[in-house]
Design a protein around this ligand. Structure first.
Ligand SMILES: Nc1ncnc2c1ncn2[C@@H]1O[C@H](COP(=O)(O)OP(=O)(O)OP(=O)(O)O)[C@@H](O)[C@H]1O
Length: 299
C-alpha cells in the first residue's frame, strides 16, 4: 500500500488527571504541507505533538507517521524534531552537540552544513550554557535538520527570539521547505501562522476548532468587506447580490459584507459605476477570537 499522508492522527485523546489535554483529534497532513498548530496556552498543542512523536502514549486513537509508528519513523531519520526544552547538554560546545546528533543517524547532514543553514556557523565553538534563548533555539533547529528529515516538527520554535531573530529563523525554515519538506509547527503567534503556513489548524480545549488556509479561516468567520462609492446605489439590489450578507451606507460610501467578494466585485464592475473600491478581510486575530468565542458559547 502506498502512503499518501505524512502524518495521520485518528481519534486521539489524552487525559492528565482532571485535564482532558487532547479530546478527540483527527488530523491528516500531506507531504509538502507547512502546517501551523495554533492555539492559546493549554489548548493541547504540545500534547498533540508529543503524541505524534511517540513521546506520550494516547489514551485512545491511532498515530501514523509515513504509515508507520512514530518511533520507527524517527528511527528511520524521517522526522526532525525541535521541542521547547530538552535535547541540550549545557556543558557541551555547539559543534560537539551537533557531532553527537549526527552520530545517531545513518545519512546525516554534515554538522557544519547544519550550522550554516541555521545561520549560526559562528557559534560552533561556543558552550551551550553561554548562549541566549534565541541562539539555543537555533541550535535546536540545526539538530532538527541533521537527519535530513522528510518531516520537521517544531514546538513554538521562535520562543525567546526577538523580531529580527524570528525573521531570520523563518528565512532558514523557508530554505528547508523549498526542498519539499513537510513542516508542522506549534505557535501562539498569529502572524507566524498567517505568514508561514499553508494551512492553519486551530486548537482550543483539546479540540481542533478550525482547519484551513489562513484566508479560509478569516473568511469563515467574517468574510470580506467591500467599501465602494456607488452612485445611485440601490441598497435592496446590492443586498440581494449573490455573496452579499449585509449592506450598510456610511456617508457616500457603501459597506458590503460578503461571503464571496469576488462575485460581488465582478457584478459591481460590470453593472454599476462603483469606484474607489477597497476590499478588506478580517485579520487572523479577529477570526481566532471569534472562533474561540463561538466555541465557548457552544460548550
Ligand atoms: N505532563 C502533564 N501532566 C499534567 N498535565 C499536563 C501535562 N502536559 C500537559 N498537561 C495539561 O494539558 C493541557 C494541554 O497542555 P499542552 O501543553 O498540550 O497545551 P499547549 O497548547 O501546548 O499550551 P502552551 O502553548 O502553553 O504550550 C494543559 O491544561 C496542561 O496543563
Amino acid at each position: 500500500m502506498t502512503t499518501t499522508t505524512a502524518v495521520t492522527l485518528t481519534g486521539v485523546t489524552k487525559r492528565y488527571g482532571e485535564v482532558q489535554a487532547v479530546a478527540g483529534v483527527d488530523l491528516a497532513i500531506r507531504p509538502g504541507e507547512v502546517v501551523a498548530l495554533l492555539g492559546p496556552n493549554g489548548a493541547g498543542k504540545s500534547t498533540t505533538i508529543e503524541v505524534l512523536l511517540g513521546l506520550v502514549r494516547p489514551d485512545q486513537g491511532d498515530v501514523r507517521v509515513y504509515g508507520d509508528s512514530p518511533t520507527n519513523a524517527i528511527a528511520a531519520g524521517r522526522v526532525g524534531v525541535m521541542l521547547q526544552s530538552g535535547g541540550i547538554i549545557e556543558d557541551a560546545k555547539v559543534g560537539e552537540l551537533l557531532d553527537l546528533v549526527a552520530g545517531l543517524h545513518q545519512e546525516p547532514l554534515q554538522p557544519q552544513e547544519a550550522l550554516q543553514r541555521a545561520g549560526i556557523a559562528d557559534l560552533k565553538g561556543r558552550k551551550m550554557k553561554g548562549l541566549s534563548g534565541g541562539q539555543k533555539q537555533r541550535v535546536r533547529f540545526a539538530m532538527a535538520i541533521i537527519p535530513q528529515p522528510d518531516l520537521i516538527v517544531l514546538d513554538e520554535p521562535t520562543t525567546g527570539m526577538d523580531v529580527e531573530a524570528r525573521r531570520d529563523f523563518w528565512a532558514s525554515m523557508h530554505a528547508e521547505t523549498a526542498h519539499g519538506r513537510t513542516v508542522l509547527f506549534a505557535t501562539h503567534y498569529l502572524e507566524e501562522a498567517d505568514s508561514y503556513a499553508d494551512r492553519v489548524v486551530l486548537m482550543r480545549n483539546g479540540r481542533i476548532v478550525a482547519d484551513g488556509t489562513s484566508a479560509q479561516i478569516k473568511a469563515s468567520v467574517s468574510g470580506r468587506t467591500i467599501r465602494a462609492t456607488v452612485p445611485g446605489a440601490d441598497l435592496a439590489a446590492l443586498a440581494a447580490l449573490p455573496g452579499v450578507r449585509d449592506v450598510e451606507t456610511r456617508g457616500d460610501v457603501e459597506l458590503l459584507q460578503c461571503a464571496d467578494s469576488d462575485d460581488t466585485l465582478r457584478y459591481l464592475l460590470a453593472n454599476t459605476l462603483a469606484h474607489d473600491i477597497e476590499v478588506t478581510s478580517a485579520d487572523l486575530e479577529d477570526a481566532v477570537l471569534a472562533i474561540g468565542a463561538e466555541q465557548e458559547t457552544l460548550a
